[in-house]
Write a protein that binds this ligand. Structure first.
Ligand code: GTP
Ligand code: MG
Length: 198
């Protein structure tokens, strides 16, 4: 799929302020600094569409981007960042939960995890929650340019083992880098297929 247009539409402080639409939508979720905003820029070939930062806690609202006038990418705040205040963390968690539970046009949640970090309880429990609520999700391993293939395989084996403790099958997994554009084709293909469902 070619990106013909990518437009920022709106930042929402609450799930019920999100654009009213039935167009398919895909959300990027994960711990702060994992690379959600960078991946949106990589997929859309726009270096500054979503705001990125080396400092965790950059994205604080639900941001909607309309792609090719026909589907949405959504950038969310990170979860679980220890250095933001407890109130702010609770606010983000609530925002994310309401958004996921209420958004009828949400086709799939991409849960981003850093390819250098072994499975963390917060990510596993987030994925388990999605599964228990029948919300379709994929795992996206980020920053693969910082790891050797061998290291990525090793880390993936640990993830597999961990997830298969809870589930019979693994979700779709993507290996990506916003620096090298690794995984772009695969993610775009997945989105294209899911745009056509229903
Ligand atoms: P919050 O909005 O704070 O939740 O963070 P985020 O998940 O949106 O992360 P963001 O895209 O802002 O990236 C965080 C940092 O990681 C930035 O310094 C990026 O340049 C860097 N980064 C993101 N993706 C990659 C990648 O694939 N490779 C490398 N080497 N660095 C990356
Ligand atoms: Mg961000």
């Amino acid at each position: 799929m070619q990106i013909k247009s990518a437009k920022f539409i709106k930042s929402s402080a609450r799930a019920d302020e999100c654009p009213v639409t039935t167009l398919p939508e895909y959300a990027f979720i994960g711990r702060s600094n994992v690379g959600k905003s960078s991946l949106i820029n990589m997929l859309t070939n726009h270096s500054k569409l979503a705001k990125t930062s080396g400092r965790p806690g950059k994205t604080q609202l639900i941001n909607h981007f309309l792609i090719n006038e026909t589907w949405y990418l959504v950038d969310l705040p990170g979860y679980g960042y220890a250095k933001v205040s407890k109130e702010l963390r609770e606010k983000f968690d609530k925002l994310i939960t309401y958004y996921i539970m209420k958004r009828a046009n949400l086709r799939c949640v991409f849960v981003l995890v850093d390819s250098r970090i072994p499975p963390q309880p917060i990510d596993i429990s987030f994925m388990n929650n999605l599964g228990e609520n029948n919300i379709p999700f994929c795992i996206v391993f980020t920053k693969c340019d910082k790891q050797s293939k061998n290291q990525i395989q090793k880390m993936f084996a640990v993830y597999k083992k961990e997830l298969l403790n809870y589930w019979e099958e693994l979700p779709n997994c993507f290996f990506t880098s916003s620096e090298s554009k690794m995984g772009r084709e695969e993610l775009m293909e997945f989105i294209e297929e899911h745009n056509q469902l229903k």
